[in-house]
Design a protein around this ligand. Structure first.
Ligand code: CP
Ligand code: NVA
Length: 308
């Protein structure tokens, strides 16, 4: 029997709606077993390399604990403590690491780096965040929305803030899963449709006023004003983004049952007020926890395919 072809998860559009339906159902099952202290170890003897070129709390903890809970183990590498930081070519690193492990998760800067790694890897590669995309976060966010409100098809998501990796990934997801995104960014920080890799661009609308983007939304979401790697722009961004703070007025014009999400880490008083992030519509802690369950489903899927 020949081995199934390798699938990578480098951006949200690597999977179709059918794959996502499977993953959300599988994540729900895996979460239920976890809550019941029921052992679920389909990945015994499997190893994942986790490569971090940027800081992380949630991504590291969720992938590391997730892999151990599935019966496998992990190797943790950073730029500073591996040859990656001493200019070993990414292609050579991919060839070597992927001969020793079953799965690789990478958090890095340019998408081209993870694409190059995947092109030379013998095993599936997962994007744990790049400058352009954060697919694992949106996987968990969508699973969280579904848990609270059911299908996201036909719903409206308001994106308030930077046209960054999170915004790009929400836009890709909207095209695949059939929902709308209302995007409001300060001028100069718009989403770049070619970077976001959209198929048609028909699933989103741009609003100058963040309040208008939130009007009637089923979900309001935002992210830090300055993403990792852009720290030199901190001061300029602080001025440009001052009006892009999700507050109670914005939540008031959204639907009465609208949820608030933030991938975290958050800066209260910048992109969101404490009243909103710590308020009754916020599901940020569920979102964070669901990184674990959704990524366990993802790792299992990449290594074993669809299970009954
Ligand atoms: N949301 C997220 O990816 O968090 P970390 O940067 O802590 O991994
Ligand atoms: N946009 C943020 C997300 C952090 C999880 C960043 O890239 O730093």
């Amino acid at each position: 029997m020949s081995a199934p072809p390798i699938r990578h998860y480098l951006q949200f559009s690597d999977f179709d709606a059918d794959d996502y339906a499977y993953l959300f159902a599988r994540a729900a099952l895996i979460k239920k077993k976890f809550k019941a202290y029921e052992r679920h170890q389909p990945l015994v003897d499997r190893t994942m390399a986790m490569i971090f070129e940027k800081a992380s709390t949630r991504t590291r903890v969720s992938f590391e604990t997730g892999m151990y809970q599935l019966g496998g183990s992990v190797v943790h590498l950073t730029t500073g403590d591996s040859q990656l930081g001493r200019a070993e070519p990414i292609e050579d690193s991919a060839k070597v690491i992927s001969r020793m492990v079953d799965l690789v998760m990478i958090r890095t800067f340019e998408q081209t780096k993870i694409d190059a790694f995947a092109a030379h890897s013998r095993v599936p590669v997962i994007n744990g965040l790049t400058n352009e995309f954060h697919p694992c976060q949106i996987l968990a966010d969508l699973f969280t929305f579904i848990e609270h409100r059911g299908s996201i098809q036909g719903k409206t998501v308001a994106w308030v803030g930077d046209g960054n990796n999170m915004a790009n990934t929400w836009l890709q997801a909207s095209e695949i899963l059939g929902f709308k995104v209302h995007v409001s960014t300060p001028s100069g920080y718009e989403v770049d449709q070619s970077v976001a890799g959209l198929r048609s661009g028909d699933s989103y609308r741009v609003f100058k006023d963040p309040m208008e983007a939130c009007r009637g939304a089923d979900l309001v979401t935002t992210d830090v004003w300055t993403s990792m790697g852009y720290e030199a722009e901190n001061e300029t961004r602080r001025e440009a983004f001052a009006d892009w703070c999700v507050d109670e007025d914005m939540m008031r014009v959204a639907r009465p049952d609208a949820l608030f999400m933030h991938c975290l880490p958050a800066h209260r008083g910048e992109e969101v007020t404490a009243e909103v992030i710590d308020g009754p519509q916020s599901v940020v802690w569920d979102e964070a926890e669901n990184r674990l369950h959704a990524q366990k489903a993802l790792m299992e899927f990449l290594l074993l395919g669809r299970l009954a």
